[in-house]
Design a protein around this ligand. Structure first.
Ligand code: RIB
Length: 339
């Protein structure tokens, strides 16, 4: 591979002039710039990114650690983050941990050794070991989506309790009183917080919380389908299902269809995330929208700010969710008056 010295000799300029052309660190005459660029092209010269990073003390790269890159929610989040990072001149390395905390530790070690300038992190579970590792190495980190309460770190979260409340209150206002909940994994905070909101809305309407109506899924569509089959065999049968993410709600729609149970006439279904696919289900899915674009923008803002002010106190941004009513819910005759 050609060196800067060979480019300088070929263009008849100094080493420093070639370096200024590559790094835009000093004004160079158009004629000289053109000669240097022509020599670089003729010699097929490529600047050594690693050498430049060592000189500048930054790599203009970020790490993004996600627990399930096959889940469209994280695909849409990673697009928001990558869009904003690209605007700021950063490339993003995506690491999928498959909800495995050992794999998470492996990836944070790799990213740290590759000298990324900062990391946006979604926890695989409820362990803070990976975050502790990064903070110990003075790596700028922003935690998004899932909260780990025992670490002092910048975070962009959404108000999951409000989301659970809005979904449940919507069903109550339609007259549903037997509302089953398909929950997510117990090891992560969003599911637990959404259940708190679900319970608050029920009790506000004078309906006792019945834990037999809260069944544990794994955020995958199959678990939503399997659990809905169980719900459809309950007596009395719930008239509504609140699934704590859209993928499990898709499974619920499939189970209802296979059981000859019409949505929303016989069974109302509400999801959570507002995936792009939620527009195209049959019927289109009523759900709770997470502000995915805002999550990406806020996460990059906090991370870039942390890079320049490593000692400032951690910030917590809590973004509001939004109820999106489509055609998987409709009024249901009931005697309950929602206050
Ligand atoms: O669909 C995946 C779920 O896990 C989302 O609701 C998101 O909030 C994450 O916690």
């Amino acid at each position: 591979m050609a060196t800067i010295r060979e480019v300088a000799e070929s263009a008849g300029v100094s080493y420093a002039t070639v370096s200024h052309v590559i790094n835009n660190t000093r004004l160079v005459s158009p004629e000289t710039r053109e000669r240097v660029l022509a020599a670089m092209d003729a010699l097929n010269y490529r600047p050594n990114a690693l050498a430049r990073s060592l000189r500048q003390g930054k790599t203009n790269t970020l790490g993004l650690v996600l627990p399930d890159s096959a889940n469209p929610f994280f695909a849409e989040i990673s697009r928001s983050i990558e869009d904003e990072a690209f605007k700021r001149g950063y490339s993003v390395f995506l690491c999928n941990t498959e909800r495995d905390t050992q794999r998470e530790l492996f990836y944070v070690d790799v990213l740290s050794n590759r000298q990324v300038d900062g990391i946006i992190f979604v926890a695989a579970g409820d362990q803070a070991d990976s975050l502790d590792f990064l903070l110990h190495r003075n790596m700028p980190v922003v935690m998004i989506d899932r909260n780990l309460s025992n670490v002092e770190v910048d975070a962009v979260l959404t108000d999951n309790q409000l989301g659970g409340y809005l979904a449940t209150r919507h069903l109550l206002e339609l007259g549903h009183t037997q509302i089953a909940c398909i929950a997510g994994p117990s090891s992560i905070t969003p599911s637990a917080e959404r259940i708190i909101g679900y319970r608050r809305a029920l009790e506000e309407a004078g309906i006792s919380y019945d834990e037999t109506l809260v069944l544990r899924g794994d955020y995958h569509a199959q678990s939503g389908m399997d659990i809905t089959n169980s719900i459809l065999s309950m007596h009395p049968r719930p008239t509504a299902i609140f699934a704590l993410n859209d993928l499990m709600a898709l499974g619920a729609l499939r189970a209802a269809a296979e059981a000859g149970c019409s949505v929303p006439e016989d069974l109302a279904v509400v999801g959570y995330d507002d995936l792009e696919i939620a527009h195209f289900t049959n019927p289109p899915l009523t759900t709770i929208a997470q502000p995915k674009k805002a999550i990406g923008v806020q996460a990059i803002n906090l991370l870039v700010g942390r890079m320049s002010q490593k000692n400032r106190p951690p910030s917590r941004v809590i973004l509001p969710p939004e109820l999106i009513v489509r055609r998987s819910t409709q009024p249901h005759a009931s005697e309950v008056e929602v206050p």
